[in-house]
Design a binder for this molecule. Structure first.
Ligand SMILES: Nc1nc2c(ncn2[C@@H]2O[C@H](COP(=O)(O)OP(=O)(O)OP(=O)(O)O)[C@@H](O)[C@H]2O)c(=O)[nH]1
Ligand SMILES: [Zn+2]
Length: 208
C-alpha cells in the first residue's frame, strides 16, 4: 500500500459462484473503515472490464423492484466472468452513500410523491454522497491503471479519472427496468445525468 493509498489490501481467497469461479480480494477504506470487495475473474490487465457496484441490500438480497441493482449485479458478474475483469463492490455506498436507514426514510417520502432526488434533499442529505477514492486506489493496487467501465452513470467515470484511473470506454448496463421502477429510472436520466437509452427524456433524445 502506498503512503497515500485509500485502500488497504486484507486478504484474497477463492469465490465459486453460480456465475462461475472468481477470486475475492478484500480492501479496507483507510478513511471510512468500510470493507470493499473486488470480485475478480481471470488475470485482469489495464483496459479490463470493471463494474463499480454500490451496495443495495433491498435490491440485491430481497429482489426489490424499486431499483435495478439486483439485475445489474447479476449481469455484471455474468459479463465479467465471461470476459475477465473486476466487480468492485462498494460497501458504505448504500442509498447513494446516505446509508440504509436514510434510504428507507427516503423511500417513505417517495410514497408521498417526492422523487429519488428530492427525497434525499428533504432529509437534509445530498442527492448522491458517494465517493470513489478507495475504489480507485484498489484498482491501481491491482495494476488497473485503465478500465472499461460498466455503468450508465458518467459521474462514476469522472470520479475514477479524477482519482488516477483512466476510463477508456463506458459500457452500458441497462437491465432490470420494470413497471414499478420506470419513473425512478426516468428521474435518474433527467435529474442525475444517467445515460439510459430507453428513457424518453434521455438528454441525447431531448432534441428529437
Ligand atoms: N437514497 C436513495 N438511494 C437509492 C434509491 N434507489 C436506489 N438507491 C441506491 O442507489 C445506489 C445505486 O445507484 P444508482 O443511482 O441506482 O446507479 P449508479 O450506481 O449511480 O449507476 P450505474 O453504474 O449505472 O448502476 C445503491 O446504493 C442503492 O441503494 C433511492 O430512491 N434513494
Ligand atoms: Zn438498488
Amino acid at each position: 500500500m502506498s503512503e497515500n493509498s485509500r485502500a488497504r489490501f486484507e486478504v484474497e481467497t477463492r469465490l465459486p459462484t453460480e456465475h462461475g469461479e472468481f477470486r475475492v480480494r478484500a480492501y479496507t477504506d483507510t478513511v471510512t473503515g468500510d470493507l470493499h470487495l473486488a470480485i475478480i475473474s481471470g488475470d485482469p490487465k489495464p483496459g479490463a472490464l470493471v463494474r463499480l457496484h454500490s451496495e443495495c441490500l433491498t435490491g440485491e438480497a430481497f429482489g426489490s423492484l424499486k431499483c435495478e441493482c439486483g439485475p445489474q449485479l447479476d449481469a455484471a458478474l455474468h459479463e465479467i466472468h465471461e470476459h475477465g475483469g473486476v466487480v468492485f463492490y462498494l460497501r458504505g455506498h448504500e442509498g447513494r452513500g446516505i446509508g440504509l436507514l436514510n434510504k428507507l426514510r427516503a423511500y417513505r417520502l417517495q410514497e408521498d410523491g417526492l422523487d429519488t432526488v428530492d427525497a434525499n434533499l428533504a432529509l437534509g442529505l445530498p442527492a448522491d454522497a458517494r465517493e470513489y477514492a478507495a475504489a480507485a486506489s484498489a484498482l491501481l493496487d491491482m495494476g488497473l491503471t485503465s478500465v472499461r467501465l460498466l455503468t450508465n452513470n458518467p459521474a462514476k467515470s469522472a470520479a475514477l479519472t479524477a482519482h488516477g484511473v483512466e476510463v477508456t470506454e463506458r459500457v452500458p448496463l441497462e437491465v432490470g427496468r420494470n413497471a414499478i421502477n420506470d419513473d425512478y429510472m426516468r428521474t435518474k436520466a433527467l435529474r442525475m445525468g444517467h445515460l439510459l437509452s430507453d428513457t424518453a427524456g434521455h438528454p441525447d433524445r431531448l432534441a428529437e
